[in-house]
Design a protein around this ligand. Structure first.
Ligand SMILES: C[S@@+](CC[C@H](N)C(=O)[O-])C[C@H]1O[C@@H](n2cnc3c(N)ncnc32)[C@H](O)[C@@H]1O
Length: 370
């Protein structure tokens, strides 16, 4: 095994975490980057997310759609309402959110639905699938006013409705493999270094594929909406991003446990796994087109004819703040192009009209089809 020449200084140290990673490498040899990422972000006590240390927004490490303001959740709420109508306005319509962080997105959705879409609110159940107790506590505090409407199941449950995630997939552990060479995390003295080894065919994003299997096993009928940044082009060079206090760091070995580590999502492999599980693609588009499709339904005057339902009578929030949020979410040089939205269906008529968010969408074909 060759030790990669570029070794990195460990700048800001989370000593217990760094020591526990070193111990494993000393005892068992170099480890996959997926294992390292799992430790840095999700170590049971000291991980960046699992310790509750991660902060999102202006005073935190990075922005997300959710941290821009409530408009993002409000627009998604309108999309969920259309899905509820499509499923026949059923009682016990479930929204499952994963990667809910501090519960802000759930709050934005629920407040909007409660105030503006009371019939939908009656039918709605909100479920958060949260593996980290400290985040669950934050979510429970934030969503206390909604009582039993929101629940935190101990394990995934069967549901009919929609599964939603924003920037969940990019935070899932990945292996670093390119042209048959895998980068492992090793040690040179006390310094973390990349060590290369040859590998045969290997899966890079096993966690994301397992996630897809789990949703497919539990969703009885409805939609999956995954929002994230990623690529569909096999030649696209996927790089690890490390962020702390709104700065991109040079190496994942800087500020271990204090920095976010993400990798752009390989949408093609997610779609292939979904299709292998019997799901269909409902649409794929960038965030700009997705949100524009939803917005186009507001202020229509509210024709009672399906599929419009009754929320077309709503007007778009038009405060100066909401307009600024809209610009940030839509603008191609801000978040509009950076993010994509994948929609999947299970047990939905394949001839159904595209959802509002996908009415301006483009097709995403799996490599099997291309
Ligand atoms: C980049 S943050 C996004 C948070 C939030 N969705 C937003 O947009 O502001 C990623 C979140 O996914 C969570 N996460 C990672 N893996 C998870 C999993 N397997 N199940 C549930 N949440 C997970 C992390 O704890 C973190 O809160």
């Amino acid at each position: 095994m060759d030790v990669d020449r570029c070794a990195f200084d460990v700048l800001q140290l989370n000593m217990p975490l760094v020591e526990s990673i070193r111990e494993t490498i000393r005892a068992q040899g170099p480890q996959s980057f997926a294992w390292f990422m799992q430790q840095a972000l999700y170590h049971s006590e000291h991980g960046y997310y699992s310790s509750g240390r991660c902060a999102i927004g202006r005073k935190g490490d990075y922005f997300t759609n959710v941290s821009v303001g409530p408009l993002f959740g409000q627009l998604l709420a309108a999309q969920f309402c259309e899905i509820w109508e499509r499923l026949g306005k059923l009682n016990d319509f479930v929204i499952v959110e994963q990667g809910a962080h501090d519960g802000q997105f759930a709050l934005d959705v629920l407040e909007f639905v409660q105030n503006r879409l009371p019939e939908f609110f009656e039918a709605l159940r909100y479920r958060i699938f949260e593996p980290f107790p400290i985040l669950e506590q934050q979510q429970r505090r934030r969503l206390e006013a909604f009582g039993d409407k929101v629940k935190w199941p101990d394990s995934p449950e069967l549901f009919t409705g929609v599964h939603v995630s924003n920037e969940l997939l990019d935070a899932m552990p990945v292996r670093l493999i390119s042209n048959g060479t895998e980068k492992l995390v090793g040690l040179d003295g006390n310094k973390f270094v990349f060590v290369e080894r040859q590998v045969d065919k290997a899966v890079l994003n096993q966690s994301a594929l397992d996630w897809m299997d789990e949703i497919a096993a539990n969703l009885q009928r409805g939609y999956v909406i995954a929002i994230d940044y990623g690529c569909t082009d096999e030649d696209f060079r996927r790089t690890v991003q490390v962020r702390a206090q709104h700065r991109n760091l040079d190496s994942p070995f800087e500020q271990i446990g204090h920095a976010d580590i993400t990798m752009s999502v390989d949408w093609r492999s997610i779609v292939e796994r979904a299709q292998a599980n019997g799901l269909c693609v409902a649409g794929f588009t960038d965030q700009h087109h997705f949100l524009t499709g939803i917005i186009s339904q507001f202020d229509r005057g509210g024709s009672p004819e399906p599929p419009a339902g009754d929320w077309g009578q709503l007007s778009l929030p038009d405060s100066r703040k909401a307009k600024r949020e809209l610009q940030t979410l839509l603008h191609p040089e801000m978040l509009g192009r950076a993010f994509q939205v994948l929609g999947l269906t299970k047990n939905i008529d394949p001839g159904a009209q595209p959802l509002l968010g996908f009415k301006f969408g483009r097709a995403l074909r799996s490599s099997a089809e291309s």
